[in-house]
Design a protein. Structure first.
Length: 227
């Protein structure tokens, strides 16, 4: 299997990845003055300055329309549908390639499909395949690339989905219809609701990789300050 095919298969697999399925990166990039970013499960950006709560709370408060501290699937999907209307700039019922490009211009982090670690990029490792039959005279398959770590938007979101808007294109026609976006929201709610209770609460939401790094950075600075 060539490298391009491997990448394509991995992107499809990442689109189905639930919270915490990507391997954690080794240690935080401790930048206490860095701007903070949270990307909603459907890709909406929420930004905040340093030293304030991580902006996942801003998304949750917006989506929790009855303000009862519980996010139902209905509220989750309604927030998704509203964001679809924001992305559909010409209001023709589909997010076309030009509108996806416009989204990536506004949220450039989702286009960071680079390798080698860091925000928006995981890393490749080479693994040697083993022959299925130890008595076989055929040599083992050559080393092949395996991707690990968050990729694209996965660094700032609950789900390791590199491009949360474009990945809703289930029929691969390069456009995302309102129906596809709506269906993707329902699927993603299920991936986040790992306890299958039908509601999400702010306290039980998983941390994004960027959020984890911020927590580790704060702990590291506190430890250094106490010495």
């Amino acid at each position: 299997m060539n490298r391009i095919a491997v990448v394509s298969l991995m992107v499809l697999a990442l689109a189905q990845a639930g919270p915490g399925q990507a391997k954690k990166k080794s240690g935080p990039r401790c930048s206490p003055n860095a701007q903070q970013l949270f990307l909603s499960p459907m890709g909406e950006p929420f930004r905040a300055g340093p030293g304030v709560p991580y902006p996942v709370a801003a998304w949750f408060a917006k989506a929790d329309t009855d303000h009862d501290g519980k996010l139902t699937v209905g509220e989750f999907v309604a927030e998704s549908d509203a964001y679809f209307n924001t992305l559909d700039l010409n209001h023709d019922g589909e997010i076309d390639p030009a509108e996806i490009s416009a989204y990536e211009t506004k949220v450039p982090e989702v286009a960071q499909f680079r390798m080698g670690g860091g925000p928006g990029g995981g890393r490749w490792k080479e693994e040697q395949s083993k022959a299925s039959d130890s008595d076989s005279e055929a040599p083992p398959e050559p080393a092949y690339p395996v991707f690990e770590g968050p990729m694209g938007a996965g660094s700032w979101s609950f789900l390791n989905i590199p491009q949360p808007v474009a990945s809703a294109d289930s029929d691969f026609n390069r456009g995302v219809s309102a129906r596809e976006f709506h269906a993707a929201a329902i699927r993603r709610f299920g991936l986040i609701d790992t306890a299958h209770v039908g509601v999400l609460t702010l306290a039980t939401l998983p941390h994004t990789p960027a959020q984890e790094e911020g927590i580790a950075c704060a702990a590291k600075l506190q430890q250094q300050g106490g010495k």
